[in-house]
Design a protein around this ligand. Structure first.
Ligand code: SF4
Length: 64
């Protein structure tokens, strides 16, 4: 699976960082999310799915 982040949609709410800090952080300059690990381990699927669902801007998508 692969995390897809649409930076045009990201508004920097940071929910993804709270849900899955090992996968996301906020860029100090742009204030937008950075994906730290694009290809999560299958064992982390539920954590990553929670982060994707938590995004109010629908900027995150999980591709299989
Ligand atoms: S939750 Fe969505 S809008 Fe907020 S920083 Fe993460 S990707 Fe961006």
């Amino acid at each position: 699976m692969r995390i897809h982040l649409d930076l045009d949609l990201c508004l920097g709410y940071g929910n993804c960082v709270i849900e899955a800090p090992e996968y996301f952080e906020l860029d100090d300059d742009s204030g937008k999310a950075i994906v730290l690990i694009e290809n999560p381990a299958e064992t982390d699927r539920s954590v990553v799915e929670a982060a994707v669902r938590s995004c109010p801007a629908v900027a995150l998508r999980l591709e299989d």
